[in-house]
Design a protein around this ligand. Structure first.
Ligand code: UD1
Length: 418
């Protein structure tokens, strides 16, 4: 049983290197299934979701060799398009194997994906989009059987700009004859990076970053060498940590534009954020002001994956604020834990009403999911006394050495393995 023990109250000073984007790298790793040639990927972060995705590649018959934080993936011998429950359930992104298998093998059999328990998280948009490309799909006893032998480019209209559905249709469309157009697609930076990665392998995709993506099918993808973008959610987490604890933190390998919405909020709250020599520098010298009302929405608006961390900040800011969670039905599980620490929050349906308190107090709390866990670490960093964060396996799925990186910033946090 691993837990974080945090002795709160230290200001944060120093530099932190932001790891590669988890949500950017997971579709890219799935994308390596599409070629028989070698893919070299640098700056591979050391956390569980990435290891689980690499296990899916190995299961597919791909040879994966590590050289430090570089991995060479060789797909010459990939030989299966089937994925069982044991490899599907540890992570949401196992669903990307569906698009990649269909792209390469024109067939797939997979199970429903797992991931954070934050709401219903259906995959109807993925499946409907694939049907629009001519894939025949049968869902039976938790398995999804797909026959893509008659796949052709087509028009896909997404009811909602789903990140996952956009990725899956891109992966399925790249090696499919004709042109596939995705309307109302996701505009997240991770989608733009996926387009760049696939185009570097010889794909013909344009439009990523806008609401329409167009994919002209090609016969073959070739080898590639790639370094993924920095993780904007991790960067945002460290920025909020600095706002809560006070101090001055320099973020390396973070991209200002990807966090612009959050940065504007932090400046309104009283922090100073500047870019110097391509680093983001956050400085906070006084108690932050509440930011009134914020709603989670698809990019470029405020990301749901920073909602728990922002809520932790609002708990200790002066004034009242309202947070509306529009993406996930049950993404307020950190609220009862924050209440144990002395926060003042009332939740009605998808809306949280927060009155800032002068101080949070250390308590024993539980991480219900990845980002909720990050929010609780931040609360612990600025609380008076000791906080124990339990169930940290969720946090380890998506933050690389967060304890060590925070220690280097002067925080008093330890990872205990009992
Ligand atoms: C991705 C991110 C996740 C982030 C989310 C929203 C990865 C690995 N995960 O998840 O961290 O929280 O984007 O920014 O990149 N929906 C449907 N039907 C579908 C698909 C989605 O109704 O077929 C709904 C979902 O329930 C949710 C919304 O659409 O309410 C957004 O989901 P989506 O953008 O697909 O998120 P994920 O790709 O699962």
């Amino acid at each position: 049983m691993k837990k974080y023990i945090i002795n709160g109250g230290n200001s944060l000073y120093g530099e932190v290197d932001i790891e590669s984007s988890k949500n950017g790298l997971l579709p890219i790793l799935a994308g390596t299934i599409l070629t028989e040639e070698q893919c070299v990927i640098h700056k591979l972060p050391d956390f569980l979701d990435i290891k689980n995705m690499i296990n899916i590649l190995k299961h597919t018959g791909m040879k994966c060799t590590y050289y430090g934080d570089t991995i060479i993936i060789d797909g010459a011998n990939a030989n299966t398009s089937e994925l069982g429950i044991e490899l599907s359930s540890p992570l949401r992104s196992s669903i990307y194997a569906l698009g990649a298998f269909l792209g390469r093998f024109k067939k797939a059999k997979i199970c429903y994906p797992g991931g954070c328990d934050i709401g219903l998280r259906p995959i109807d948009l993925h499946l409907r989009g694939l049907k629009d490309l001519g894939v025949k799909i049968i869902e039976q006893h938790g398995n999804i059987y797909c026959d893509g032998s008659n796949m052709k480019g087509g028009k896909v209209f997404l009811d909602f700009p789903s990140v996952g559905a956009t990725v899956n249709i891109m992966l399925a469309g790249v090696l499919t004859e004709g042109t596939t157009t995705i309307y109302n697609c996701a505009k997240e930076p991770e989608i733009v990076d996926l387009q760049k990665f696939l185009n570097a392998m010889g794909a013909k995709i344009r439009g990523a970053g806008s609401s329409t993506i167009s994919i002209k099918g090609v016969n073959k993808l070739h080898k590639v060498e790639w370094t993924p973008i920095g993780d904007r959610i991790v960067a945002g987490t460290y920025m909020i940590a600095c706002a809560m604890c006070g101090g001055k933190v320099v973020l390396k390998n973070a991209i200002y534009e990807h966090n612009q919405y959050l940065i504007n909020l932090l400046m309104r709250a009283g922090c100073n954020v500047v870019v110097k020599n391509s680093n983001i520098i956050v400085e906070c010298t006084k108690r932050t002001k509440s930011i009134q009302k914020i709603e989670t929405m698809p990019y470029p608006a405020f990301p749901t994956d920073l909602q728990p961390q922002l809520m932790a900040l609002e708990c200790i800011s002066s004034g009242n604020s309202i947070i509306v969670e529009n993406l996930y039905e049950t993404r307020f599980k950190h609220v009862p834990e924050l209440l144990k620490m002395g926060a003042n929050i009332i939740v009605k349906n998808q809306t949280a009403f927060i009155s800032g308190v002068d101080k949070l107090y250390g308590a024993e709390v539980k991480a219900s999911d990845l980002r909720a866990g990050a929010g609780l670490i931040l609360a612990g960093l600025c609380a008076k006394g000791y906080t124990t964060v339990n169930s940290v396996e969720h946090i380890l799925r998506g933050y690389e050495n967060i304890d060590k990186k925070l220690q280097a910033l002067n925080a008093d946090i330890k990872l205990i393995d009992e």
